[in-house]
Design a protein around this ligand. Structure first.
Ligand code: MG
Length: 454
């Protein structure tokens, strides 16, 4: 039997609601997961119109497989991850993260609150398609409980991990845009508990996302940028639909790229802890390595995927990790991208360093990135990558990294050629010390792909 996944993506299943993702589908899939977990499973969801429907279906499936279920209500994905790690045997989050309102998805967690590994995705799919989930007898059907306290516990623990007094004293003016997603139930309260002056945007939960698209990219955050400038705020913060990612706007209204936020927090974490292990992916900036070198850190790079970063952080007892898209992982809190800890930490940094965010960002190492993609049929990808690796090894002195695709490291930058797991394309990213060089390297990478594909 092939080990290629039939339903799962990199983190759970995501589809248009009531098209593929019907209550029947969700219920059976949850029963398959429950068959493997056989314990107490926490269930939470985001603010989408289809979330309650799917949550009831998931709950029924879990109960029928003999699991007890704890309903956590509407909360961020990392809130569910936090609860599972502390109290439960597994968890299911109903969310489509940053996707448009017609989508929804199911994210399944292991007992540490990390997204389940590929092997378990495949086991669930086999039960779903080729066998039957366990349907227990009447006297073994699970019980349903509620826990509406865990969301406050999650926020309070993040507050307890930063210097609240220092943040309070800084009198920061903060604008937060929750995008009408799950962050509505955490972010404004968190920022108020930290003693800041809070202005909220799109902080009424609404599955139609009337204020903005849930993806926190610059074009969707124009209103936030405008309000930060109008109010002379110190910082603007935005989350995606399930509030695991955080994007910052500086006091001038400039969008701060996710890898800058990552590097800024990395620097602080290493300073505070006198070094430590940082985990990221092979597609993240050299700046992460530069800061690690300066502050006694060690960097481990995994293949692309937040679950891989989270798992590595656990296995290596790492200090901090993340990705270039604004997803930061604090492993002593949640084994996954977390927004409350990110917000608390960034406000702490601005308060303690007594400098505006733009200045803190300007102090970080500067690199220029170039990103593009090119079509390539799935069955040619292996040959293309092997041929490129072969050519580089036999004709150049450049270093190669095969953690994910082919990464070629030159003296003044790197280029990575990475096959998409879901589309017939290669992604080609590069980074260098000037934009011109970065663009040239991407062109060179594309040239290599074209040379070997039919
Ligand atoms: Mg998300």
């Amino acid at each position: 039997m092939s080990d290629k996944k039939r339903l799962f993506g990199t983190f759970g299943v995501r589809r248009t609601a009531n098209d593929v993702l019907t209550p029947e589908f969700a219920s059976r899939l949850a029963a398959c997961y429950g068959t493997l977990v056989k314990g107490t499973v926490a269930v939470g969801g985001d603010t989408r119109t289809s979330t309650l429907m799917l949550k009831q279906a998931v709950t029924a499936g879990l109960l029928s497989s003999g699991c007890d279920v704890v309903d956590l209500g509407i909360l961020p994905t990392p809130g569910v991850q936090y609860a599972v790690r502390k109290y439960y045997d597994g968890g299911v989050m109903i969310t489509a993260s940053h996707n448009p309102p017609q989508y929804n998805g199911l994210k399944f967690l292991d007992e540490d609150g990390i997204g389940i590994p590929d092997e378990m995705d495949i086991k669930i799919e086999r039960l779903y398609f080729d066998a039957e989930p366990d349907r227990v007898e009447f006297h073994e059907i699970g019980e349903l409980y509620q826990n509406d306290k865990v969301i406050d516990e999650y926020v309070d623990e993040a507050v307890s991990k930063v210097d609240v007094e220092a943040i309070r004293k800084a009198n920061l003016k903060v604008v937060v845009d929750c995008g009408s997603g799950a962050g509505c139930f955490t972010a404004p309260y968190l920022i108020r508990k930290l003693g800041c002056d809070v202005t909220t945007l799109n902080s009424q939960p609404d599955g139609f996302f009337p204020g903005r698209n849930p993806e926190p990219i610059e074009e969707n955050l124009q209103e936030l940028i405008h309000v930060v400038k109008e109010l002379n705020a110190d910082i603007g913060l935005a989350h995606d639909g399930d509030a695991d990612r955080t994007i910052c706007i500086d006091e001038n209204g400039s969008f701060v790229l996710g890898d800058k936020t990552f590097t800024l927090v990395e620097k602080q974490m290493l300073k505070e802890n006198n070094g430590g292990t940082i985990v990221t992916t092979v597609a993240t900036s050299q700046a992460i390595y530069d800061v690690a070198e300066e502050y006694n850190g060690e960097v481990i790079a995994t293949a692309v995927g937040d679950l891989l970063v989270a798992r590595k952080l656990k296995d290596e007892n790492g200090l901090f990790g993340g990705e270039e898209n604004g997803g930061l992982i604090f492993p002593d809190f949640v084994y996954g991208r977390d927004a409350v800890m990110t917000v608390a930490k960034i406000l702490e940094i601005v308060a303690k360093e007594k400098k505006p965010l733009s200045e803190l960002v300007a102090e970080l190492p500067v690199y220029y990135a170039s990103k593009t993609k090119i079509e390539c049929p799935d069955d040619e990808k292996e040959f293309v990558m092997a041929s490129i690796a072969e050519e580089i090894q036999t004709t150049t002195d450049f270093k190669l990294d095969r953690t994910d695709g082919v990464k070629i490291l030159k003296e003044d930058g790197w280029v990575i050629i990475r096959p998409s797991g879901t589309e017939p394309i290669f992604r080609c990213f590069s980074e260098s010390d000037s934009q011109k060089k970065a663009d040239e390297m991407t062109e060179w990478g594309l040239g290599l792909i074209k040379k070997y594909k039919k």
